[in-house]
Write a protein that binds this ligand. Structure first.
Ligand code: B4P
Length: 191
């Protein structure tokens, strides 16, 4: 199975590139952000408990997201070639938990794609998305809080995968198609 992580700050293009990867390599898309937003939209107990945290730009607790991902991995979809993890792991503790979860199913991560985008471009993109999609966490103040969480808690995850020789850095300021092509080349070489 081909299991890939797409990693980067908010607005780096994780969701955008995941869609291409799903299509080309027949992967199951596991976006913890999408799963949590769905819980909120469905007004579940979990959704109610994370709503304010997400609206403040903070990370939801490790326990919550690890459990969500663990359930999905255990379901093992029959007709896809692997998983694309988008927005997970976001802390070193989540990364360690993911390794353990995959190991129980005899699976492992093949490649970690790290999108690098300047802070100005991130802010510009997310403010544009706010106009198009109206996501409540795409406001200047909350984008700032999300970037701080990224620098404090998520950026160290890159080092975790660099030590495992799985990290592939990709300049994310280029056009969407150019980035996709680079990503496809990395994955084709890793296969
Ligand atoms: P996410 O949904 O993961 O939100 P995000 O980091 O902003 O990434 P997203 O996927 O939406 O954006 P993308 O980079 O694709 O998380 C939301 C919240 O959920 C978090 O703040 C946290 O509270 C919680 N959460 C989620 N996972 C968690 C976890 N593991 N642990 C704890 N809490 C968690 O950027 C997309 C935008 O950029 C689009 O508008 C797109 O059109 C544009 N774009 C993309 N590529 C471009 C390019 N090359 N050029 C120009 N524009 C581009």
């Amino acid at each position: 199975m081909l299991n890939i992580i797409i990693f980067g700050p908010p607005g780096s293009g994780k969701g955008t590139q995941s869609a291409f990867l799903v299509e080309k390599y027949n992967l199951q898309h596991l976006s913890t952000g999408d799963m949590l937003r769905q819980e909120i939209a469905d007004n579940t107990e979990l959704g109610k408990s994370v709503k304010l945290i997400m609206e403040s730009g903070k990370l939801v607790s490790d326990d919550v997201v690890i459990k969500m991902i663990g359930n999905r991995i255990a379901q093992k979809p029959a007709n896809t070639q692997g998983f694309i993890f988008d927005g997970f792991p976001r802390t070193v503790q989540q990364a360690q938990a993911l390794d353990n979860l995959l190991q129980t199913q005899n699976l492992k991560i093949a490649a970690v794609l790290l999108l690098q985008v300047s802070e100005e471009a991130i802010i510009e993109r997310l403010l544009l998305r706010a106009k198009a999609q109206g996501r409540t966490d795409d406001t200047p103040e909350i984008i700032k809080a999300r970037l701080k969480e990224y620098h404090d808690k998520t950026a160290p995850v890159a080092e975790y995968y660099t030590q495992q020789n799985k990290a592939h850095y990709i300049g994310g300021n280029k056009s969407i198609n150019v980035i996709s092509k680079e990503i496809f080349d990395i994955i084709d070489n890793a296969l």
